[in-house]
Design a protein around this ligand. Structure first.
Ligand code: CTP
Length: 397
């Protein structure tokens, strides 16, 4: 299936300024290279007190520029050739120069010939500097011009103090780059995504659950957000951070997920993506206090209410995408589920296959809808999420 990683073959102009966090930029360059982006780096003089151009040259396998004078037209050519410019770390000094239009070295001069909407900055500084009204004023000036801000985060700072000023993590910066480079073809969609397992309690400490890390659902929520949709993520318990910019509703039980999904889809949702591993059975009774060994109950179970089926039979129902996690390549079973529950699409995956099951970052699926089927290769859950929305777009077109 022909899906394009938004970072593949894109060119990133990476600007590094003088902060301790500069060491993380080596990893950022390396990760971008791994994602098949091409990275050209500009290092300011101050940044070279922290890391060397050679580290960046090795990490990006590409050229590193350090002076305005080594190529007289680089300040026009480099921004023109770049799909996006990323400044990480961005010091208070760089932020001030950028917001005022000062061009006194290669990086600040390049920023004058970039479209603001194609610049991401990841500030990093002491919390007092970050809170300073001058820095805040400069940052609002830049965001009002369309510059994308990622971080800073709260935490322990290089100076030993605690506060807001840490540079955003490399995964968050990559996420921001991916988002900025993604086509916005889901604008106008209001998508409810479910993720993770549910817990069905026997008593306050014991529960029945399903194996599910939530990774596929979280990747779907982030991909839909990147493509411009308004996203609500309803999630059972996972160890994942909810994606930024997504409305997040944590739930525990199948009943709570049922209430949240039916409530949210009734609020003009255009699509429901049920990636959650909802428990099919729940104990008939839940003990108020912890059961002792002596009281070991005969488990009496009842079926949970089917969430997809309820939404599918509601008036003005949204487009419904379900998941069939099977052990074995039982596509017929998935096709049958799609028909029985009146889904518009079902995403089949064989959880017994290496690299496609629980807890891993990759998946291989078959996307089944009323008019056909498409299999993907084994790829990142982010890429699988985009492949699913690509197909949804084709069907809805
Ligand atoms: N699902 C749901 N409500 C439930 C159980 C499941 O909406 N109470 C959704 C899942 O999120 C998934 C789809 O239904 O998108 C298929 O779930 P699955 O458990 O595989 O299918 P079942 O119909 O429950 O069939 P079985 O357990 O017999 O395989």
């Amino acid at each position: 299936m022909n899906f394009l990683n938004p970072l593949k073959n894109r060119s990133v102009l990476l600007g590094i300024t003088g902060g301790v966090a500069a060491y993380k930029s080596v990893e950022l360059a390396r990760r971008l290279y791994d994602e098949e982006a091409s990275v050209v780096t500009i290092m300011t003089e101050a940044s070279r007190h922290f890391i060397t151009p050679l580290s960046l040259e090795v990490a990006s396998r590409n050229r590193v520029y350090t002076s305005l004078w080594e190529d007289p037209l680089a300040h026009i050519r480099l921004p023109k050739e770049a799909d996006i410019t990323v400044i990480a770390p961005a010091t208070a000094n760089l932020i001030a120069k950028f917001s005022q239009g000062i061009a006194d070295d290669l990086l600040s001069t390049c920023l004058l010939s970039c479209s603001s909407k194609k610049v991401i900055i990841a500030p990093a500084m002491n919390w007092r500097m970050y809170e300073n009204p001058a820095v805040q004023r400069n940052l609002s000036q830049l965001t009002s011009q369309g510059v994308i801000l990622v971080g800073p985060e709260q935490g322990s700072l290089a100076c030993g103090e605690e506060g807001t000023g840490r540079m955003a993590g490399v995964p968050e910066i990559i996420d921001a780059i991916r988002s900025a480079l993604t086509k916005k073809d889901l604008v106008g969609e209001r998508i409810v995504v479910t993720a993770g397992p549910t817990r069905e309690y026997l008593d306050p400490v014991r529960f029945i659950s399903n194996r599910s890390s939530g990774k596929m659902g979280y990747a779907l929520a982030a991909a839909a957000r990147d493509r411009g949709a308004v996203v609500t993520l309803i999630s059972g318990p996972t160890s994942l951070q909810p994606p930024a910019g997504v409305r997040y509703i944590p739930v525990e039980t199948a009943a709570a997920m049922f209430a949240a999904v039916t409530g949210e889809t009734a609020r003009a949702a255009t699509m429901l993506v049920m990636a959650a591993a909802v428990a099919d059975f729940s104990p008939e009774t839940r003990a108020e206090t912890k059961l002792g060994k002596k009281d070991m109950p005969q488990l009496k179970l009842r079926m949970t209410d089917d969430i997809i089926a309820a939404v599918a039979s509601s008036p003005g129902r949204p487009f419904i995408v379900g998941f069939a996690a099977e052990t074995g390549r039982d596509l017929d079973r998935a096709r049958q589920k799609m028909r029985d529950k009146q889904m518009d699409m079902i995403v089949f995956n064989d959880v017994a296959e290496p690299g496609a099951g629980f807890d891993v970052d990759t998946n291989r699926v078959v996307i089944i809808d009323r008019s056909g089927e498409q299999g993907t290769e084994l790829m990142s859950k982010n890429s699988v999420a985009h492949a699913i929305f690509d197909r949804v777009r084709e069907i809805k077109a």
